[in-house]
Design a protein around this ligand. Structure first.
Ligand code: FAD
Length: 465
């Protein structure tokens, strides 16, 4: 009788409750990862995430092999493939960490229905500091607003201390068949756009631990530096956390032990928790406005060629707004964008270009290495003003003054080479200062005109709502 450990976006051996529980049973363990591109409601991973996944799975397999085990790879509708594997290996139990995306919750339910008799599905917590749904309001309900959620969650902290990886993992006498990872076509080939990502990231548990080690000496300056895109002021842990290569509890304890003032950082970690709680309450948050009035928002029509062109200029970093363009090019090159710049670039798409936030959400989904259904949807709806807790639509960010305020000069020089010769303050708005080089585009739309257009559009839903 063997035990299956079902890995999804929890690709680590340390502080991995499912793996630890399986090993403790003392029976052979079969670790498996299933790529599900087939279940209709399953949101297919974007291209940047697939690149990450390929390397993270390889790292996980290496780590398992170092402990006498290995990773079995299968492809297809996850619940069916898993039930089939359970039959093949005669599994008495499948251990996994509980996942909260609507499609994973469905898959867990569907699996229960088709498991062979004698196979138990045992779910553990471990993706979050607190299980989504477990932090309740005074009256026993769910939080919709971040700040009271943070206060309530903080009462339960610190989380349990992280547990080390098992030294050895008992293996079965014969391994079931496994796909070759390179048969999955997860990496880009023609063209190979992943060069910048290879330079910047090291997917896997070791890469995650390195990022944490690099961040800890800077943790007490996080509050002061986190909004400055020109310097490494944040932790760069988001893709590692999304793929579960490091547990939030490990990060929480390490940040506390680092000393100094780390509360602002811990609060950011809790935005991730909050987002998971929001999608648990509103599973279609990634595709549906939480405020119904926004269903009538007069977004510009993507079928129109001019709107398409504006959108493409945004994706390519050719809007004529240096801070937006730097962000969009950083995203394309590395699969990541600084948080402050994400807010500016998202706000620009929504309010300056009047393009539906869901179009931007999809672009980020495809290009971010940390693309996360909950965090992406919550942040896009926050920026649009359509969310349960969100910025007001009428607060329209001025990209050029944000750029100056957060000292983005070096950041722009790094990502927009056409402007690299410009010094401050010209770099923030070369068109306004009359120094725009010929190879850098003019602004798609002026800030004032964009602001007026956005406010007029918003007035229409305010009146109708
Ligand atoms: P740090 O500042 O070091 O923060 C530490 C960790 O806290 C992050 O790794 C992340 O897990 C969490 N965190 C921080 N800020 C947020 C936040 N606002 N919301 C949720 N979690 C947060 N983050 C994602 O992980 N995936 C996404 O798909 C995603 N999409 C976004 C879309 C938009 C429009 C915006 C404005 C933000 C989005 N974010 C997303 C949140 C945030 O930008 C990133 O988590 C952050 O930039 C990651 O960098 P870091 O690890 O250096 O963060």
């Amino acid at each position: 009788m063997t035990t299956i450990v079902w890995f999804r976006r929890d690709l680590r051996l340390e502080d991995q409750a499912a793996l630890l529980a399986a090993v403790r049973r003392g029976r052979p363990v079969t670790p498996v990862y299933i790529l599900d591109d087939e279940t209709p409601m399953h949101r297919k991973m974007g291209a940047a995430s697939r690149w990450w996944l390929r390397h993270s799975l390889k790292a996980l397999d290496d780590a398992l092999r170092a402990r006498g085990s290995r990773l079995i790879l299968r492809r297809g509708p996850a619940h069916q493939v898993l039930a089939q594997l359970a039959r093949e290996v005669g599994a008495s139990a499948i251990h996994c960490l509980r996942h909260y995306e609507p499609w994973w919750r469905n898959a867990e339910r569907a699996l229960q229905d088709i498991l062979p008799v004698g196979t138990a599905l045992i779910r553990h917590e471990g993706l979050y500091l607190m299980p989504p749904g477990s932090v309740k309001t005074g009256s026993g309900g769910q939080f919709k607003i971040y700040t009271p959620f943070w206060r309530a969650l903080a009462q339960h902290m610190p989380p349990a201390a992280p547990r080390p990886a098992p030294d050895t993992i008992p293996s079965p006498e014969a391994w079931p068949e496994s796909d070759e990872i390179d048969s999955w076509g997860l990496l880009p080939s023609t063209p190979d756009w992943a060069g910048g990502m290879r330079d910047f990231w090291m997917p896997g548990e070791t890469g995650a631990a390195k990022r944490l080690d690099d961040f800890l000496p800077r943790a007490n300056r996080y509050q002061e530096k986190r909004n400055l895109p020109s310097i490494p002021g944040t932790s760069f842990l988001s893709p590692h956390m999304h793929f579960g290569e490091i547990s939030p509890s490990t990060i929480w304890h390490a940040a506390m032990d680092a000393g100094g003032s780390v509360e602002t950082y811990l609060k950011e970690l809790v935005w991730r928790e909050y987002a998971a709680n929001v999608i648990l309450q509103f599973p279609d948050y990634g595709v549906r406005n939480a405020r119904a009035a926004f269903d009538h928002f007069p977004w510009r029509d993507m079928a129109n060629a001019d709107v398409q062109q504006d959108y493409v200029r945004w994706t390519k970093g050719l809007t004529g707004y240096p801070i937006v363009d730097a962000g969009m090019r950083e995203l394309w090159a590395t699969g990541w964008m600084h948080n402050r710049v994400r807010m500016i670039a998202a706000s620009f798409l929504i309010k300056h270009l009047l393009i539906d936030w869901r179009v931007g959400e999809q672009w980020f989904w495809d290009t971010l290495v940390d693309a996360d259904y909950a965090s992406n949807a919550v942040n896009w709806q926050w920026t649009a003003g359509s969310g349960v807790d969100s910025n007001m639509f009428v607060r329209i960010m001025a990209p050029l003054s944000q750029s100056e305020k957060f000292d983005a000069g070096d950041y722009i020089r790094r990502w927009v080479p056409e402007l690299a010769h410009l010094s401050d303050p010209y770099i923030h708005d070369p068109e306004e200062y009359g120094v725009r080089p010929a190879n850098y585009p003019t602004k798609i739309i002026g800030h004032r005109a964009a602001r007026e257009r956005a406010l007029t559009a918003y007035a229409m839903i305010k009146e109708s709502g």
